[in-house]
Structures are given as C-alpha cells and as structure tokens.
Ligand binder design. Structure first.
Ligand SMILES: Nc1ncnc2c1ncn2[C@@H]1O[C@H](COP(=O)(O)OP(=O)(O)OP(=O)(O)O)[C@@H](O)[C@H]1O
Length: 282
C-alpha cells in the first residue's frame, strides 16, 4: 500500500550537491559540517502492506520522524518516490495533496495539538467540519470514535480537564475521524507514564486489530515496538539497517549494531551489549 523507493532527505542549503555526493558514498561529519547539511533519510526502500502495523525504531536523530513526514509530504524529499496504492504522491499538486491528507491519511503526534476552546467532541469532529460534513453527522461520528478510544460520554468536556493519556486518545480519535486508510503515528505515547503508556498500547492494539488501518508508528522504545508491531524497521543515521518481524531482528540481526540495539531488551544478547551512541549525527 505504501512504497518508498530510494527516498532521501538532505537538510541544508546545498541539498542537491550533498545528495549527489551522498549517493556515491555517505559524506563524513566534516563534509556535512562544511556544507551545513544533515542527512535525515538516506535511500530508504520500504513497503508497508494493507492493514500492516509497521514500527520505525532507532536512536534519537536516526531519521524516524523525517521518514514518517516524507510519507505525507509534510517534508519534501530531496529525491526518491513515495507511492500510495501505486500513485506517486511526490507528483501531486497542492490541491490533490490536501485532499489525500484529509481523506486518506490520519496523523498522531507526541504533542496532540488539540484546541483548548473547543469541546472534546468538536476537536474530534474538526477534520469532518473542514470537509463540510453536517453538524449532527459529524457529532455522531465523533461520539462513536470517543467510545472507540474509551472516552464514552466525555464529548461535552474540555480538553484541558483531561489527563495526558486521555488527550492522546482524543488525538487518536481525531486522526480516525475521516476514516483514513493510513495512520502515521510519531511517538504518540512517549510522553506518558509507563503504566498509562502500557494501557494505551493495549487499547491501541485492540483498536488496530479491529480497524486494520495501515499504520506507520514511530517509537524509540523497543519494547513498545515489539509489543505492537507486525514488522519493525531499525534506522541508524538516516539509513534503514534492517526490516523484519520483531523475532527476525532478535534471531537474525543483520549486523552487530542491530544485535547490540536488541541487546538492550533481550537478555540473550545482553552479554554482548556495548554502549550505543546516545545520539546519531551528534
Ligand atoms: N528541519 C530540520 N533542519 C535540519 N535538520 C533537521 C531537521 N529536521 C531533522 N533534522 C535532522 O535530521 C536528523 C534526523 O532527525 P529526526 O527528527 O528524523 O530523527 P528522530 O529519529 O525522529 O529523532 P527523535 O527520536 O529525537 O525524534 C537529525 O540529525 C536532525 O537533527
């Protein structure tokens, strides 16, 4: 359903010059500093199947958010293709892109960006209001979604009265309002306490099994990825180092880096564990 083909994102003013160099071999930090450039994503090749839940893992700065933002063109790629059901979305004009984002792709961020002066119901219904859906219809849909995420009967309340975990559920309900086929989720539960995070993961897994949306879910938390993902992608310094089921990454790590990354959660690799860089591209 989603296909990424040789996708690159270089940040900086000499984007295309750095890209040409990077295609030959990845420039070292010195060269990047000279160009004041950062390679966010380097030649990503990936496909996500219908209804699949794919988690993108990696250390801070490894390119997870950049990759997910390239999928709905919140960021413009420096090169490469993004296809959704075979359609190259890099070729879309502004109007078609807006349409794609508002009908087919829902996005949930770590900070939910809910609107304080609107009721909880109106926050959820907002994408439908923007699309011109009649009030009663959109309110019914919002109430249905609030029930889906475990917030039955709270539609009249205010966002600020809700806990962080509840606000994140409202953000999820809002992302589902237009019934998109694709959900992009960037660290949606990362700011929450471990217990609440665990509850939300459980609930999200049930919802996800029910709705079967094609989901790309960014997390730096390996345990979270392993709990919820059909397949996981591990990124390092902009590159995808391995794609597979959680079990494949544990049992057949592509290289020592993957083994060490897994070692943080898997006792089988713990004796081999060496410190990973705290931050990529630092
Ligand atoms: N707008 C930007 N301008 C310049 N560099 C950027 C920009 N956005 C991201 N980067 C750089 O691109 C690299 C990848 O960043 P990205 O945010 O995708 O990583 P991440 O894996 O999502 O990290 P985190 O877990 O901290 O959110 C980093 O080195 C980052 O500093």
């Amino acid at each position: 359903m989603i296909e990424l083909e040789d996708l690159w994102k270089v940040f900086g003013t000499d984007e295309q010059a750095v890209l040409r160099e990077a295609r030959r071999s990845l420039p070292d930090q010195e060269i990047l500093k000279r160009h004041r450039a950062v390679i966010g994503v380097a030649g990503a090749q990936l496909s996500v199947g219908h209804g699949e839940l794919l988690c993108i893992m990696g250390l801070s700065g490894s390119g997870k958010s950049t990759l997910v933002r390239l999928i709905n063109r919140l960021l413009e790629p420096s090169a490469g293709r993004v296809r959704i059901d075979g359609q190259d979305i890099i070729q879309l004009g502004n109007k078609a892109l807006r349409e794609l984002r508002s009908t087919r792709i829902g996005m949930v961020f770590q900070s939910h960006a809910l609107i304080d002066h609107l009721s909880i119901r109106d926050n959820v219904a907002l994408p439908l209001e923007i699309r011109g859906v009649a009030r009663t219809q959109r309110e019914d849909r919002a109430d249905e979604l609030l029930a889906h995420v475990g917030l039955t009967g709270l539609g009249d309340g205010r966002v600020r009265a809700l806990s962080g975990g509840m606000q994140q559920r409202v953000g999820l309900a809002r992302a589902l309002a237009a019934d998109p086929d694709i959900l992009l989720m960037d660290e949606p539960f990362s700011a929450l306490d471990p217990l609440i995070r665990h509850d939300l993961q459980t609930q999200f897994m049930a919802l996800s099994a029910d709705l079967r949306k094609t989901t790309v879910f960014v997390t730096h938390d390996v345990e979270e990825a392993f709990r919820i993902a059909d397949r996981v992608v591990l990124m390092r310094a902009g590159r995808i180092v391995q794609i597979g089921t959680p079990q494949q990454l544990l049992d057949q790590p592509a290289d020592d880096y993957v083994a060490r990354f897994m070692g943080h959660t898997n006792p089988a690799y713990r004796e081999k564990k060496q410190p990973l860089e705290a931050r990529e591209n630092a």
